[in-house]
Design a binder for this molecule. Sequence first.
Ligand code: SF4
Ligand code: SF4
Length: 354
Amino acid sequence: MIAELTHRCPLQCPYCSNPLDLLKAADEKPTDFWAALITEAAQLGVLQIHFSGGEPTARRDLPALIAHATALGIYTNLITSAVLLDEAKLGELARAGLAHVQISIQGANAESADRIGNYRNGHEKKLAIARLVPALGMSLTINAVVHRQNLHELPEMIELAASLGADRLEIAHVQYHGWALRNRAALMPTREALRQADAVVAEQREKRRGSMAIDYVIPDYYADTPKICMGGWGQKLLIVAPDGRVLPCHAAETIPHLAFQHAGAHPLREIWETGPAFTAFRGTGWMREPCASCAFKELDFGGCRCQALALSGDARATDPACHRAPDHENLQHIAADEAGSGITSFHYRRYAHS
Ligand code: SF4
Ligand code: SF4
């Protein structure tokens, strides 16, 4: 379960996975709502809770929620920009039982990273907190989101993650939903830059084997087969938005005909097992051709529904990342055009642009 406690965040990353319509503090659910939800999640069989946002450390009740989940035997992970943390706050989270911390970096150096996140001195703060995570007995993952404007820094980002004592580095090319879709022309890499990045990752994986695991998420626009989005719609993951709506994926609310239920108003088990949003694209029964008769349909489940809607105008269409999709060639033209656009300015993720 991904618990998005808030959409508030001091950073303004132009590829943020939050929706364009950001929820305000007044829309957020209180502590007793989240505590009751965590209890229900444990009863449903949830094994891990990822506390996320926005910036989850903006919530003062975060230590209490981590302690509650830990007491119920749930593994806890914090996904954070880290800029609101200090040693005392991080220590409080560790004592509450936090097992794992994922810290995002926007680049390999302060100049680049602070420009991309539009937050002065953020990079140095992140590094200072990241160094404390292993010392406090928690596992550390560094999340590096890469795109045309920082991909050349990839070797330095990998070196940086290793120097911070990260157990794992997740290098993820931007996925073009929400804010990233709005900023696509400023973010899309060239095919040649992608090829070079692939080679760097392959070499560094070998070099770091046994010391730091490197996960790598490639950009759909240059792929020939789609990703198994969210591990299969409604099969492994549920996301709870700051206002209590339960979603099958981050971008699901862009699909207009889906109805999302609120935790608290319905039992979590009912939402997960029979709720209309979770059953809409679970399994393969909803598929059309070419997916319906494809040998891979139970491996990738037709790819991403939100991307199919955004690029083909139909959430039931085959993800255009697939070479069998009618819109696949169009996707590659978009990538080539936008990679060469020369656009460098960002439409930052902020309430005024929401
Ligand atoms: S992607 Fe950037 S703006 Fe969005 S929540 Fe994370 S740190 Fe904040
Ligand atoms: S046709 Fe559908 S099921 Fe087959 S590989 Fe493409 S997206 Fe996957």
